[in-house]
Ligand binder design. Sequence first.
Ligand code: ATP
Ligand code: MG
Length: 378
Amino acid sequence: MTHPNPTDEKPWLDIDRKPFIKIRNLTKKFGDVVAVDNISLDIYENELFSLLGGSGCGKSTLLRMLAGFEIPTSGTIEIDGQNMLAVPPHARPTNMMFQSYALFPHMNVAKNVGYGLRRDGLQKAEIDIQVSEILELVQLGGYEKRKPSQLSGGQRQRVALARALIKKPKLLLLDEPLGALDKKLREETQFELINIQETLGVTFIVVTHDQEEAMTLSTRIGVMDIGTIAQIGEPQEVYEFPRTRYVADFIGSVNLFEGRVIKDSPNKLVIESPDAGINIHVPHGVSCSPNQLLWFALRPEKFEISVAKPKNVTNLLKGTVEDIAYLGGQSVYLVRLETGRLVRTVRANRDRGAEAPITWQQDVYLTWARSAGVVLTS
Ligand SMILES: Nc1ncnc2c1ncn2[C@@H]1O[C@H](COP(=O)(O)OP(=O)(O)OP(=O)(O)O)[C@@H](O)[C@H]1O
Ligand SMILES: [Mg+2]
């Protein structure tokens, strides 16, 4: 599941394309804490860009600087060609939905959503029209008269979203917009969010610490690590080609095998890995120093797990099934290798009974296509 992109347009690959948001060397310090550390980043019109990262890595601070609620210690932000330094929050082409969004408890849904328009002095008739349009969009038509206390958590969150959208900002900043929702509602709302974003043609920056959500929603993801951006890329790119162990581990789960290079040529790399108990063969070189320490990263679903010994394979591991988790569509097998290393593998549950059943304490073989993994040097 990735963000649908009907035109398949990727402005970030076009060097002539002007970014909508241009962040340069942006830093924010709170006393000794460097919350955002020299970040440079371009975001394009109509993107749904996710900022993903662990707690305290600076996501909210970055968003708050874009919205104008936090003044950068150094660096610049340009939105739509305009330097934002001297521009106060209300004069920016942005709106922000806060991490702990607060609806006005004494106002009904329509009043909450129309608040910004009333402050702008619009006529009641005009406000009513716009409120009901935006409530339709977030699928809350007919809820105008309810008070926030009479809504579910998910409905309240959609009211907050409607309130942030009604003034049709060019840039919408969403800080954990789906944080309060349970998994199922969260997934449904993710698709709504994509539809809304496409209908309105607004640029979204969404903060989340849920990697699946980022994969689903985003045109691109910026993975943050203590104030910096560790990697920026399309969801699939960040998943399949993480650049560091931190990113590989943060986006999905991964098996990391530590090892040293014993052969490195343009089309062949051999890693001696005590972790795996074998020499791992990779069909490309990495141009590193001899004997360099590195890591072979392999996603759980890239393993072929079998009871029968596969023939003619270069990379073959042997182990014993220590644990199985049945997840409905797929099963996770934790396999203890002869080296003592525990490996995580996933197999889709296709035709029931079609494959030899794999059970606890069973000896199994693990193999993978030669190009299935990624070699990481940091
Ligand atoms: N007003 C403040 N004064 C001092 N330190 C702050 C302030 N705001 C944030 N920080 C610190 O800056 C760092 C980044 O905080 P930030 O809120 O941006 O993190 P975050 O990535 O949004 O985390 P979370 O996922 O928990 O919301 C943290 O170490 C935090 O303690
Ligand atoms: Mg935050």
